[in-house]
Write a protein that binds this ligand. Structure first.
Ligand code: UDP
Ligand code: MG
Length: 313
């Protein structure tokens, strides 16, 4: 019989865990019975270095139900690291792994459909939102722009899918062989291959507490996504540089012509504009290249992606 582990990353989620975990447990029990899964199917909460009472709540939930397990980071390592830690721990015993946010904005009822699709042969089942009503206009537009941009840059992403997904054992094992430090999980999973399926759901507003992804963190995450999945920005710089060179040839002809016509006193404004423009372009280019060198540096150091402080299992 297959064992299912539901992995829940949690960062300062004291406002939601006491309601969301029992709800997840009930749903999981139903799935275990209807789909004949292993009775030892469990929930693994990864406390990503919370500073509130999250860990105490996890301990309490574990005491009430030993199949609710916990993993605690030594500090905040981020959502993606928490997911990887959860998968690394779960893969030892689980045949199916589902990752879902602690606030249950992603419909947990769909786990049943995910398991059925997995039993029919899918190794990866993506949870895909069929609307973004619960998002602000701003988040909706920025998200759409981001996914559109990545697609143009040649990165294969499943639109409107975040980190609500099921992985089979072999898909999970394959994913965990990706040892890069800068991880954008949803950009790597489509590269695994394997048969995939999708379940559609409506994303609801967060049940309690605040989003742990304020704007600066969201932007950093998006930028990480781009720079860890594609080198297109550096190529773009090459193209921009080439264009600038071609343009400067035109400028050369123009200035010679102007000189010959004796109109050389003019040109202060065009000089200033091109000076600032080219200066800006160069700085941006250096910044982008620097970003990649920075990423290389962290990859080369091969530091651990997270450190575990304690575990309940
Ligand atoms: N999360 C985490 N570490 C972080 C930030 C978030 O483990 O540094 C978890 C958080 O507890 C939640 C999930 O990642 O389970 C998604 O975060 P949130 O719901 O705040 O993001 P949003 O839905 O607003 O994008
Ligand atoms: Mg959320």
């Amino acid at each position: 019989m297959e064992k299912l582990t539901i992995i829940v990353p949690a960062y300062n989620e004291m406002a939601v865990l006491e309601t969301s975990i029992p709800r997840l447990w009930t749903i999981e029990q139903q799935v275990v019975h209807t789909n004949h899964l292993d009775e030892q199917s469990d929930i693994l909460i990864v406390d990503d270095g919370s500073t509130d009472t999250t860990w105490a709540i996890i301990q309490q939930l574990h005491q009430q139900n030993p199949l609710v397990r916990g993993l605690r980071f030594s500090r905040n390592f981020g959502h993606q690291a928490a997911l990887i830690a959860g998968m690394t721990a779960a893969i030892q015993t689980a045949d199916l792994m589902v990752t879902i946010d602690a606030d249950l904005q992603d419909d947990p009822e769909k786990i049943a459909d995910m398991v059925i699709l997995a039993q029919r042969g899918a190794d990866i089942v993506y949870g895909v939102r069929n609307n973004r009503d619960s998002d602000s206009w701003f988040k909706r537009t920025t998200a759409q722009t981001f996914y559109g941009l990545l697609k143009k840059l040649g990165v294969d992403l499943v639109p409107n899918h975040a980190d609500f997904r099921l992985l089979s054992k072999r898909a999970g094992q394959a994913f965990l062989t990706y040892s890069e430090r800068n991880v954008f999980i949803r950009g790597l999973i489509p590269r695994l291959g394997f048969p995939t399926a999708k379940v559609y759901y409506k994303r609801t507003p967060r049940m309690a507490g605040k989003s742990k992804y304020p704007l600066p963190k969201m932007l950093a995450f998006a930028w990480d996504g781009i720079t860890s999945l594609t080198i297109a920005p550096v190529r773009l710089i090459l193209i921009l540089g080439t264009l600038a060179c071609l343009l400067s040839a035109g400028m050369l002809i123009y200035s010679v012509a102007v000189h010959l016509l004796g109109l050389t006193v003019h040109g202060w404004s065009s000089l200033m504009v091109s000076l600032w423009f080219m200066g800006g372009l160069q700085m941006i280019s250096l910044g982008v290249i620097g970003e990649y060198i920075g990423k290389l540096t962290t990859e080369v150091k091969h530091r651990p992606r997270y450190t575990i402080r304690s575990r309940l299992d």
